[in-house]
Design a protein around this ligand. Sequence first.
Ligand SMILES: Cc1ncc(COP(=O)(O)O)c(C=O)c1O
Length: 449
Amino acid sequence: MEEFFKIALELIEASEMHEKYRGEECINLIASEGIKSPAVREMLQLAMDLECRYAEGENNLDGHVKKRYYQGQKYITVIENCVTDLMKMLFKCNWADVRLVSGTHANLAAFKGLSMATKNRKMVVAPLSAGAHISHDYTGLAGMVLGLENIELAYDVNEMNIDPEKSAEIIRAAKPGIVTLGGSLFLFPHPVKELSEVAHEVGAYLVYDGAHVLGLIAGGEFQDPLREGADFITASTHKTFPGPQGGVILAENRDDRLEKAIKSVQYAIFPLSTSNTHLGRLPATGIAALELKIFGRELARQTVMNARAAGEYLYERGLKVLGEKHGFTRSHQLAVDVREHGGGGRVAEDLERANIILNRNILPYDDQSNRENPSGIRIGFQEVTRRGFTESDIKYLCDLMLDVIKGKRKPEEVRKDVIELRREHNEIKYGFRSVKEAIEYLQKSLKGA
Ligand SMILES: Cc1ncc(COP(=O)(O)O)c(C=O)c1O
């Protein structure tokens, strides 16, 4: 008993300390994370009963609830339908599913559904080292769980992008059921238009994994995959889309081909891969969608400007920032080759000692198995942008990083400056300070309309 209680105390303490450490004393630059506004956080707390409930069921082709298997659903159904509609309107499409609990789950349901619809187990996708997510890969969900056969797209390291011509040839030769674009190391828009035409020619569906860039798409600052020919977007709702941890799938149901695929993906969601859909996150996901509708353009623009400014600044000071040819990035991320400075693992650990949190990353020319100390680091600017960083703060942050990377100052010494810089940016911008503020904004706008 004593041991059990000690562990419980340790758990509570560690949870409190974590909130202070990562929430108040670190500058977070992990490209796959996101930060929530006070209104989104408040909405999460308001949804504690929902967090206790179940809502199994089936949806119709508008993405709305068609059938429920439990009682007590009258508001839950409204909530799920509202979030679905907000997502459809934000991303200008006529079908969405918000029952996915993560981006990986969204990929699971999309890949499973589409491989059933096409009766084809082949998927053409970028190599892991060129930015594909583990869930796309034969060593992860796609291969080991779903039994899909992976065929690799061609990647052009000079462009830091998928090579459209060579990849088109690969797709024509492989005749897959699915072509997946998008990824985790994702600097420049992928050739969706070119490859969706080829995918459709061979009877494949094009899935665009927008987990990283969903908020930028909403803000109109990245490519618009559905307009460029993608059949489905799969995504997380907690990276550049600043909501609670969750997932979503979006599509434009334009013809029988899409209708068949949507039905199959819906079946892959329920009953194949969900029971509880983590309902407590849904109202807050809707508030995040509202924030992007109102502030998304400005937020996305500043995020990309900050990433590009950092790329230029670090490059001018001697770091090997990739993608120089195209202004380093058009997304929220940078990729930097830090082999000269000890490699990605070493640099990420040194920066961690200075309370600057980012991750090591394999780069397109790395051996895929070298996960311990790959060549690169990946830096994401979505969280600092929401904390109000503009180019001058970004340059100062880069100076602090350079001090550590180049060994000019000890990380422990830099940490004091990092904590101070973090404390100067306590307010979360591009969002609502409370649910009340959101309601007042909506009421005022509706009155004026
Ligand atoms: C491209 C991509 N897809 C999917 C995922 C998985 O998302 P989740 O963590 O929500 O399962 C990630 C995670 O970072 C990702 O980078």
